[in-house]
Ligand binder design. Structure first.
Ligand code: PLP
Length: 398
C-alpha cells in the first residue's frame, strides 16, 4: 500500500467545469430550483440526497473545495466555513452539549482560548487548560463529562508540537473526540491519519496563502460533517458561517500550489532559524534539535514538507521586540501584521496581540513573554539575503 500523501491526493482530483472548463464553474446562486414539490419536501425530511437546496446549506463550489480538503486530510468528508473561528466554534458546538467538558491545550490561538474560557461556559460547556505535550496532565484532567480533547498540531504562538498519536489513544480510551487545529501545518501533518477525529483549519493562513480572505474548514467522518448540516440541529446550518462561492473557488485554485509553498516556507524558516540560533539568539523552531518536541515531530510528520514556516525569536522585552519589527518593516523584510502563512513575511509580538486574550499570569506560566516575536516566513527567493537583513536589524536593536 502506498504511503498517504496529501499533495498526491489533491493532484489526483479531476473536476470538469460545467462547460468542460479546467476549473469547476462558480455557483452564483443562493437558492436552487426543484422540478417537483415533493422532492423539496424530501430534502427537508432527509429522505432525498444529492440535491442542492440553499447555499447556506451546500452549494457545488463549496462541495468541490470540501472534497479537495477531505483528500488533503485523508478524511471521509469536509466542509468549508467563512472563517477559522467559524469552523472551530461550529465543530465544538456540534460535539458538545450543556454540562460537557473539554480538555484543551493552554497554548492555542487567543480567539480559541477566549471561546473556551469565556463563551462556551455560557452554554454550560467548561474547559480545563493543560499542557497537552504532557500526556499525564491530559489524562489527569479528564472527567466523566469530558467530550473533547483539543489541541493545535503546532501551537500558536509557542510552536509546541502535540503528540497526536498518543492523544488519540487517550481520547479513544475515554470515549471522547480528539479535535486538532492543523492551521500551522497543512500537509506537514495529517492528524486524521494519526488518529484525530476532527481536523480544523483557518484557511485564512497557509491553505489560501494570499492574505486576501478569511475562511475555515472542518474535516471529519461523513456522519459528523452531515450532522453539522442537519436542517434541525446542525451547527453549520443553524449558525450560518457559510463561505461565499467566489472565495471557495479562489481557495481551491490556491490549494493546487500548497505543496510547493509549504516546502518553500519550511526551507526558508529552517534557514533563518538555524542561522540565527548559530548566532546565539534564542529561537523556537520545531526543526531545531533544541526544540523539546523535535523528535516527536520527526516521528509523526510528512517529512517532505518540512518543519513549518514559523519561528519565534526572543528579544527579551517588548521595547526590543517592537524596535526589531519596525526596522524589519521599514526595510521590507515583511509586514508588522497579525496572521500568518502568507507569501509575504508577517510578524507580530503575540503577547500584546493575538494572545492578549490569555491572562498575563497564564502567559508567564507557558513562557509567552512580551519579548517574543512570531515570524511567519514568506516565499522569499533568496533567503540568505533575508537572513542578512534580519541579522543586521537585530544587531542594531542591541
Ligand atoms: N486557529 C489558529 C491556529 C489561528 O492562528 C487562527 C487565527 O489566527 C484561527 C484558528 C482563527 O482563524 P480565522 O482568523 O480564520 O477565524
Amino acid at each position: 500500500m502506498s504511503k498517504f500523501n496529501p499533495a498526491d491526493n489533491i493532484q489526483d482530483l479531476q473536476y470538469f467545469g460545467e462547460y468542460g472548463g479546467v476549473n469547476p464553474s462558480i455557483t452564483d446562486s443562493s437558492t436552487y430550483t426543484f422540478l417537483r414539490a415533493g422532492t423539496m419536501e424530501g430534502v427537508f425530511e432527509g429522505e432525498v440526497e444529492g440535491c442542492y437546496l440553499y447555499s447556506r446549506h451546500w452549494n457545488p463550489t463549496n462541495r468541490y473545495l470540501s472534497m479537495a480538503l477531505a483528500e488533503m486530510e485523508g478524511t471521509e468528508s469536509a466542509c468549508v466555513m467563512a472563517s477559522g473561528m467559524g469552523a472551530i466554534t461550529s465543530a465544538i458546538l456540534q460535539l458538545c452539549n450543556a454540562d460537557d467538558h473539554i480538555v484543551t491545550s493552554r497554548t492555542i490561538y487567543g480567539g480559541t482560548y477566549a471561546f473556551f474560557k469565556n463563551f462556551a461556559p455560557k452554554f454550560g460547556v467548561n474547559s480545563t487548560f493543560v499542557d497537552t505535550t504532557n500526556l499525564e496532565q491530559v489524562k489527569a484532567a479528564i472527567t466523566p463529562e469530558t467530550k473533547v480533547i483539543y489541541c493545535e498540531t503546532i501551537s500558536n504562538p509557542m510552536l509546541e508540537v502535540s503528540n497526536i498519536t498518543e492523544l488519540s489513544k487517550i481520547a479513544k480510551a475515554n470515549n471522547c473526540k480528539l479535535v486538532v487545529d492543523n492551521t500551522f501545518s497543512p500537509m506537514i501533518f495529517s492528524p486524521a491519519k494519526l488518529g484525530a477525529d476532527v481536523v480544523v483549519h483557518s484557511m485564512t493562513k497557509f491553505i489560501n496563502g494570499m492574505s486576501d480572505c478569511v475562511a475555515g474548514t472542518v474535516c471529519g467522518s461523513e456522519e459528523f460533517i452531515n450532522s453539522m448540516y442537519d436542517v434541525n440541529d446542525g451547527a453549520a446550518m443553524l449558525l450560518g458561517p457559510v463561505l461565499d462561492s467566489f472565495r471557495s473557488s479562489s481557495i481551491l485554485k490556491n490549494l493546487r500550489t500548497l505543496h510547493i509553498r509549504m516546502k518553500q516556507h519550511s526551507y526558508n524558516a529552517m534557514h533563518l532559524a538555524t542561522s540565527l540560533a548559530k548566532d546565539g539568539y534564542r529561537i523556537i523552531y520545531p526543526g531545531l534539535e533544541s526544540h523539546p518536541q523535535h523528535e516527536t515531530m520527526k516521528n509523526m510528520f510528512n517529512e517532505e514538507f518540512g518543519f513549518g514556516g514559523l519561528f519565534v525569536i526572543d528579544m527579551q522585552n517588548s521595547e526590543k521586540a517592537n524596535a526589531l519589527m519596525e526596522k524589519m518593516q521599514d526595510d521590507n523584510v515583511g509586514y508588522l501584521a497579525v496572521s500568518l502563512g502568507s507569501y509575504k513575511t508577517l510578524f507580530s509580538a503575540p503577547g500584546g496581540s493575538t494572545s492578549s486574550e490569555i491572562p498575563e499570569e497564564e502567559r508567564t506560566e507557558m513562557g509567552l513573554s512580551d519579548g517574543l516575536v512570531r515570524i511567519s516566513i514568506g516565499l522569499d527567493n533568496n533567503i540568505e539575503r533575508t537572513y542578512q537583513a534580519i541579522k543586521r536589524h537585530i544587531e542594531a536593536v542591541g
